[in-house]
Design a protein around this ligand. Sequence first.
Ligand code: ZN
Length: 274
Amino acid sequence: MPTVSSIYKAILALFFIPFTAQAASVCQEYSARIPGLTAAECDAASWRDMHAKTVLGRTIFGVDVPVEKPDLHVLVIGGIHGDEMTSGGLVHEWLSMARTPLAGTPLRIYWRFIPVVNPDGLFAKPPRRTNARGVDLNRNFPTLNWARDSKIHWEQRTRKDPRRWPGPTSASEPETRFVLSQMASFKPNLIVSVHAPYAVVDFDGNSSPPVRLGRLFLDQIGVFPGSLGNYGGMQRHIPVVTVELASATRLPHPGEVREMWGDLLHWVNDKLAK
Ligand SMILES: [Zn+2]
């Protein structure tokens, strides 16, 4: 027979378990999903509400590392594909490094970091590439002839792979429109978009590409209808560096993360000076 105290505890649990689950902080939720991110590091970075919502109503967060009279604005985004969990971890590591200037990099850079553009995909069980409506956000940008080319590409090249569905129309998704609004308002001179797990660096734009970031070497894998690289780099003339980490679940070790950051900064300072 249950004791009075066990009944009391059961009643308490009924009330408080839902309460504590809802009260779990944003940083606790994200640190449970993103490799290498602790809740304390996330809290210390002061993520801010970017005033944009996903399909499921989740807030998209970002962190600015501003500087007075910047030479360049650089937008760094992770997690456009929800199942590439390390991308958010790398973006977070880099945002803490951005707060300390690196020797030999004189340009004054105003950084904006968006660790996870597609939190609905990240928090799906299991995490998934697409957003909550099943759209591959990195095929949803309004590139020229999107309606024709993205359909042909999806049907013929991917054989209607559901992980690569470009969506019903270009920029149909709130997460895509959020990135577009960031391009309009923040006016980045460079976009760095972090993915996994192809272990390369890709580049779209007119300047000469970074040859390597740490152990990742340049490999221009192609131009896809509706991709951010195609839209930003080719159409809007905002260079886009696409970083493909080697693993979606295991972050490179700290020395490697720092080396990649140093290589990125030196390339920016050499190639993007006005
Ligand atoms: Zn990806």
